[in-house]
Ligand binder design. Structure first.
Ligand code: CP
Length: 305
């Protein structure tokens, strides 16, 4: 196992997170540097992706490295029955770093344990999405000027949403207050509420996406109800449209409020929000490029400065 692998956000200390955020700011100021010359990064996507894969690949390209990989596992020898273990061992022969998304929780940890090259988890089932967390933290820091003393409201699929799980874990090392807005079927799992309690992070769970909650928030983190995580599609149909943010709901919100969403969205943010200056989700996705440049260099042990 390579010590530079980033499988869970908990693999990073608060100090390391702050160092990566500094590095992301430096990459935003200058994203084109030939510091990955001669390096090959493999992007292995066993699940669909637009932002994560393309921003990781852009990050490598802008730093002068090369990318190999796949986004359609059906076109690889996986479809002939090759195991994940053998796939990782083969790719390790060719690349200096693996960026992997997989539908199975724990797949990235498993991959990191059977190779000597670093692995960055680009999302494993409903478990973790640490590079999304780094760009979320970077977006919060950029828009609020701090990560302490903020009210963060997470809305929607808090049960299966790996982005909210990773973000909660990271923010629990700061002075934040959480609102968790979800229906019973999709509420924040107890293991994450326990983390809040153990770290004295105040939180409130609510089924009601009320004006009071919106108006006290600094960050409104909307999430998609993920059809692909449900085994019972009837259950998905019954909960998929429960929480939709529209522009009129923001009339009493704080001036510094920013609306984040890991994207893709379906209908949880009405398009009439897009032109509101508080809508930040497209810039948030752009910040992913800089956060991932910082993570790639860190995983490869390259000092960007
Ligand atoms: N936020 C995110 O992971 O987006 P993609 O699924 O498009 O990569």
């Amino acid at each position: 196992m390579n010590k530079n692998s980033i499988v869970s956000i908990s693999d990073l200390s608060k100090k390391e997170i702050m160092r990566l955020l500094d590095s992301a700011a430096s990459f935003e100021a200058n994203p084109n540097r030939k510091i990955l010359d001669g390096k090959v990064v493999a992007t292995l996507f066993f699940e669909p992706s637009t932002r994560t894969r393309l921003s990781f690949e852009t990050a490598v390209n802008r730093l002068g490295g090369r990318v190999i990989g796949f986004s359609n596992p059906a076109a690889t020898s996986t479809s002939k029955g090759e195991t994940l273990k053998d796939t990782i061992k083969m790719v390790s022969n060719y690349a200096d770093l693996i960026v992997m998304r997989h539908y199975l929780e724990g797949a990235a940890r498993y991959a990191s344990e059977i190779t000597d090259i670093p692995v960055i988890n680009a999302g494993d089932g409903a478990h973790q999405h640490p590079s999304q967390t780094m760009l979320d933290l970077y977006s919060i820091l950029k828009t609020q000027g701090r990560l302490d003393d903020i009210v963060v409201t997470m809305v929607g699929d808090l049960k299966y949403g790996r982005t909210v799980h990773s973000l909660l874990m990271a923010l629990s090392d700061f002075r934040v207050r959480f609102n968790f807005v979800a229906c019973d079927e999709l509420r924040m799992p107890e293991e994450f509420l326990k983390i809040c309690r153990e770290k004295n992070i105040p939180y409130r769970c609510s089924k009601d996406f009320s004006p009071e909650i919106i108006n006290e928030s600094d960050i409104l983190y909307m999430t998609r109800v993920q059809r692909e995580r449900f085994s019972d599609l009837m259950e998905y149909e019954s909960v998929k449209d429960l929480y939709t943010l529209n522009n009129s709901m923001l009339s009493g919100s704080k001036p510094n409020l920013r609306i984040l969403h890991p994207l893709p969205r379906v209908n949880e943010i009405d398009q009439d929000v897009d032109d509101n200056p508080k809508a930040y989700y497209f810039q948030q996705a752009k910040n992913g490029l800089y956060a991932r440049q910082a993570m790639i260099c860190s995983a490869l042990g390259i000092d960007a400065d």
